[in-house]
Design a protein around this ligand. Structure first.
Ligand code: S3P
Length: 170
């Protein structure tokens, strides 16, 4: 059971797990503000995520990601959909939020990511790279998560699951 305040929620999980869609719908249900972290980075820098990776490298992206999250994490009544790798450098910051992990089957992640060409870490060999990211990160996702939700199938069910779990986790 988590004693964390649930008015500051971060959605965490692998690329393709549905963080942006679920986060946005959840924020509507809760009447909280919604921020998509990657989108916020793109607005602040005036660059697309893939341009940041290409021109400045992953380390610079991670620094911008941390700065951006740091600015948002003190706000209240907010749902933040993080990027798949946000957990890597931000374990401390994420102690300040209630973190919902979206678990999704690997084949579903691969299917979804194959349709999207905007992920620099998954621009080719999607299946094997996704598997590597999953193996590298799964322990950290689970450690940081305050709530774990199965999100491989239906969005409506996923939202309903989150809302009832939030009500029951006190
Ligand atoms: C990343 C995931 C992306 C984005 C960046 C890095 C990652 O977000 O932040 O390309 O390290 O897994 P999504 O999880 O929304 O694809």
């Amino acid at each position: 059971m988590s004693k964390k305040n649930k008015t500051r929620i971060c959605i965490i999980g692998m690329p393709g797990s549905g963080k942006s869609t679920i986060g946005s719908l959840l924020s509507e249900k809760l009447k909280y503000r919604f921020i998509d972290l990657d989108n916020e980075i793109e607005i602040n820098t005036g660059l697309k995520i893939k341009e940041i990776f290409k021109d400045m490298g992953e380390d610079s992206f991670r620094k911008i990601e941390t700065d951006t999250l740091n600015k948002l994490i003190h706000k209240d009544r907010i749902v933040i959909s993080t990027g798949g790798g946000t957990i890597i450098k931000n374990e401390e910051i994420l102690k300040k939020s209630y973190n919902i992990l979206l678990n999704c089957k690997l084949n579903e992640l691969v299917k979804r990511a194959s349709r999207n060409k905007n992920r620099p870490l998954l621009s080719s060999n999607v299946e094997s790279k996704m598997k590597d990211l999953f193996i590298e990160r799964k322990e950290l996702y689970n450690k940081i998560a305050d709530l774990k939700i199965e999100a491989s199938t239906n969005i409506t069910e996923t939202i309903a699951d989150i809302l009832s779990s939030l009500e029951n986790d006190y």
